[in-house]
Design a protein around this ligand. Structure first.
Ligand SMILES: *Cc1c(COP(=O)(O)O)cnc(C)c1O
Length: 369
């Protein structure tokens, strides 16, 4: 981790502490109130729970230090993605989304945005830089893509799109700000599902939008206020707590993922492996250029559906579950949701188990196939 990220990780742990008065609780209080004491003229004081909440504000302060940009919190990653898209698009405009990214972003676009007069085009992540940006108003990238783990050149695309007057949004869920900083690569907006590694314990859904563009931030805040897509204070509190250990969890998860990728790459039962940290991976050079870690997700292709299911269910240290980024490793066969991947493709999310324990467990299962 570079010096800047280390500084951020250290600051995150002391943000609240530095503003305390004698007798204040060191831990963040959970404030759950729909009403606020408001006599006379409002004068900008906290007024109503759909607009104001001190627990969100503390969370957003942490998120903004983490992202190095103002942030708006949402009750899920999809709520954050919706807010970013509704805040930047209008009827008659064109949106580019990945054909191989998170499938609910495609559903939102096809099912709702297209009916509001937005023209949707799709392209695979590895071909995202192919140009034609003069015809596109908003370019939505996901890199590395979930589940295929392909990359696109965020900085080159952001510059090309900006040069043509468009805007870029990057879904940074698979990396977190400790692994990749799209705003520093000149993207206009970052969206993320904090349900994954930032929450980290599989007990909360949350998301956020980060942007240094004041007009976009205003529109995103207004969208949250009028659409009512607000986080629950308890969820905000849980995510705030999760962020305090994100750096240490993320580092362990990425280090273990890299060790597993190297150890499993030549295993006879694995027909293909995707991990941006492997020197032979098609995205490796780009990953070295734009990411500061290689992430905690691996794509393993086994012979068929049956081998993949047997592998997942016979590992003691692997939860068979959808979603990723928890302290416990988890895995699933993505074809079961209709993703365009091989039947035997397994998305493996590496957790915080000691590396050799996890490796031994996975090897035992693979050797038994
Ligand atoms: C999970 C995920 C989302 C959606 O997040 P939710 O918190 O489930 O709404 C969006 N993008 C990516 C890449 C994801 O993995």
């Amino acid at each position: 981790m570079d010096k800047h990220a280390q500084r951020i990780a250290a600051d995150l742990l002391h943000l609240r502490g530095q503003a305390l008065s004698k007798g204040d609780p060191v831990a963040l209080p959970l404030v759950s109130s729909s009403m606020f004491h408001l006599p006379g003229d409002p004068d900008g004081a906290a007024a109503y729970g759909r607009v104001d909440n001190p627990t969100w504000e503390a969370l957003e302060h942490s998120l903004s230090v983490l992202e190095d940009a103002p942030c708006v919190a949402f009750p899920s990653g999809m709520a954050a993605i919706s807010a970013a898209l509704f805040a930047t698009l209008k009827a008659g405009q064109t949106l580019l989304i990945p054909s191989d990214g998170y499938y609910v972003t495609r559903l939102l676009s096809a099912r709702f945005l297209s009916q509001l007069g937005i023209n949707i085009i799709e392209r695979p992540t590895r071909a995202f830089a192919d140009g034609g940006f003069g015809e596109i108003d908003v370019v939505f990238m996901e890199s590395p893509s979930n589940p295929g783990l392909d990359l696109c050149d965020i900085s080159a695309i952001a510059q090309a799109v900006r040069g043509q007057g468009g805007r870029t949004i990057v879904d940074n869920t698979t990396m977190t700000p400790f692994g990749q900083r799209p705003l520093d690569l000149e993207a206009d907006v970052v969206v993320a599902s904090d349900t994954k590694a930032p929450g980290g314990h599989s007990d909360v859904l949350m998301g956020h939008v980060a942007t240094r563009d004041p007009a976009i931030r205003e529109a995103v805040l207004e969208w949250r206020k009028v659409s009512g897509a607000i986080p629950a204070p308890h969820a905000a509190w849980l995510l705030h707590r999760g962020l305090e250990t994100l750096e240490v969890r993320f580092e362990r998860m990425c280090q273990t993922a890299e060790a597993l990728a190297q150890a499993l790459a030549d295993h006879p039962t694995i027909s293909a492996i995707r991990y941006p940290g492997l020197p032979g991976d098609p995205s490796h050079n780009l990953a070295k250029q734009q990411m500061s870690a290689f992430g905690f997700l691996l794509g393993l292709t086994l012979a068929d559906k049956d081998s993949a299911e047997r592998f997942i269910s016979s590992c003691r240290l692997l939860r068979p579950a959808t979603s990723f980024g928890g302290v416990h490793s988890s895995a699933e066969r993505r074809a079961r949701w209709g993703d365009d991947v091989a039947d035997g493709f397994v998305r493996l999310s590496v957790g915080c188990e000691p590396t050799t324990e996890l490796l031994d467990d996975l090897l035992m299962a693979l050797n038994d196939l």
